[in-house]
Ligand binder design. Structure first.
Ligand code: NAP
Length: 320
C-alpha cells in the first residue's frame, strides 16, 4: 500500500474490465482517498454499487467529475470525445484528465479540444487486459508488472505527468512515455494486428464448408484455441480500435500480407530453408518475451496438466 494517497478523489467514467480493475487496485493500494464512479447504463451502475467498487456511484458523467482531482475515462475509444465534451465544463481547476484507450492519436484529437485551460490532460494506455468485459471481469492485479504507456501532448505539465505515473506505479504498472503517434504504430503490430489476424482466422474456420464446426472446436488444441481467446475480445472495443488506428493498422497489415505471401511462396516451391530460418527467428522472440517477464514459460500457457493416467482417454493428449 502506498504511504499517502496520490490523488484525493478519483472519478471513473466507465466501469468495465479496465475501470473496475483500476477501482479495485487503487483501493487495495490506497492510491486515492475516495472513488466516484459512473457508467452509461443503470444496470452497470447498479452492479458497481453492489460490488462496492466505489464510495459513490452517480448517474451522470458531469456529476462524477465534480470535485475530482483525477478523472479517468474508461469507455471505448469512439465514445471518448463525447464524454470529454460532457465533462469539460464541470472539471475542477487543476484536475488531471486521463483515459485508458488502446489508441492514442485519435483520443488526443477527440478529447483535447474539450479540455479547458488549467486542466492537465495526460492520455494513458495500460497494456493489460483479458477477453472479458464488464465490472465483474476486473481484478486488482491486472496491471502488476504490465506497461502503462503515457502519451502527454506537447507542452503537458511535467509534474502532472509524473503524478499520473506515480498513480499507475502504485497499481503495479511500469511506465514509459512516448508520443501518441509512436504509440499507435507500436501497438498496431503488437496488439491490433494480432487481434485482426485472430478475428480473421477464427472467422475463416467458422466459414469452412468441408470441416464441421464441431471438428474445429474438438481439435482446437492444435493452435487454433489460442487464437479463439483473442477473437473473443469485446466487439465494440475492437471495432473502435481499428476505425481509430486505421493508418497504422493498414500499414502493418500491408507488411504482414507481403510476408505471408513470401511464406506461401516458400511452401509452394519447397524452400525449407526460408521456413526454417523464419521459424528460428520467431522462436527467439518468444524466448525474449519470457526472459523479460512478460509471459510465463509454463508449458501450454500455464493450463493445468493433471497426470495422464487420471484422465479419460480422449482428453489425454492436448496439443500438437
Ligand atoms: P468494457 O469492459 O466493455 O467496459 C466499457 C465501459 O464503457 C462500460 O462501463 C460501458 O458502460 C461504457 N460504455 C460503452 N460504450 C459507451 C458509450 N458509447 N458511451 C459511454 N460509455 C460507454 O471495456 P474495457 O475492456 O474496460 O475497455 C475500456 C477502454 O479500455 C477502451 O477504450 C479500451 O480500448 C481500453 N483498453 C481495454 C483493454 C482490454 O483488454 N479490454 C486493455 C487496455 C485498454 P455500460 O456497461 O453501461 O454499457
Amino acid at each position: 500500500m502506498s504511504a499517502a494517497p496520490i490523488f484525493e478523489r478519483l472519478a471513473l467514467i466507465g466501469v468495465g474490465l479496465i475501470g473496475s480493475s483500476i477501482a479495485r487496485a487503487a483501493r487495495a493500494e490506497g492510491a486515492v482517498r475516495s472513488i466516484v464512479a459512473t457508467a452509461r447504463s443503470g444496470v452497470t451502475r447498479r452492479r458497481v454499487a453492489e460490488l462496492g467498487l466505489a464510495d459513490q456511484v452517480v448517474e451522470t458523467n458531469a456529476a462524477a467529475v465534480e470535485g475530482a482531482d483525477l478523472v479517468i475515462v474508461c469507455v471505448p475509444v469512439g465514445a471518448c470525445g463525447a464524454v470529454a465534451a460532457e465533462i469539460g465544463p464541470h472539471l475542477k481547476p487543476g484536475a488531471t484528465v486521463s483515459d485508458v484507450g488502446s489508441v492514442k492519436g485519435s483520443i488526443i484529437k477527440d478529447m483535447g479540444p474539450h479540455i479547458p485551460a488549467g486542466i492537465h490532460f495526460v492520455p494513458a494506455h495500460p497494456v493489460a487486459g483479458t477477453e472479458h468485459s464488464g465490472p465483474d471481469a476486473g481484478f486488482a492485479e491486472l496491471f502488476v508488472n504490465r506497461w502503462c504507456l503515457l502519451t502527454p501532448p506537447e507542452g503537458a505539465n511535467s509534474q502532472a505527468v509524473e503524478r499520473l505515473a506515480a498513480f499507475w506505479r502504485a497499481l503495479g504498472a511500469n511506465i514509459e512515455t512516448m508520443s501518441a503517434e509512436h504509440h499507435d504504430l507500436v501497438l498496431a503490430i503488437t496488439s491490433h494486428l494480432p487481434h485482426l489476424i485472430a478475428y480473421s482466422i477464427v472467422g475463416t474456420a467458422d466459414d469452412l464448408q468441408t470441416v464441421t464446426r464441431s471438428e474445429v472446436m474438438k481439435f482446437s488444441a492444435g493452435g487454433f484455441r489460442d487464437f479463439t481467446r483473442i477473437a473473443a475480445s469485446d466487439p465494440t472495443m475492437w471495432r473502435d480500435v481499428f476505425l481509430h488506428n486505421k493508418d497504422a493498422v493498414l500499414e502493418m497489415l500491408g507488411r504482414f500480407n507481403e510476408d505471408v505471401s513470401a511464406l506461401a511462396r516458400a511452401i509452394r516451391w519447397g524452400d525449407g530453408d526460408t521456413l526454417f530460418n523464419m521459424f528460428t527467428r520467431t522462436r527467439a522472440i518468444r524466448r525474449g518475451i519470457v526472459e523479460i517477464g512478460q509471459d510465463s514459460e509454463t508449458p501450454d500457457f500455464g493450463r493445468p496438466h493433471p497426470a495422464l493416467q487420471h484422465l479419460p482417454r480422449p482428453y489425454a493428449a492436448d496439443g500438437e
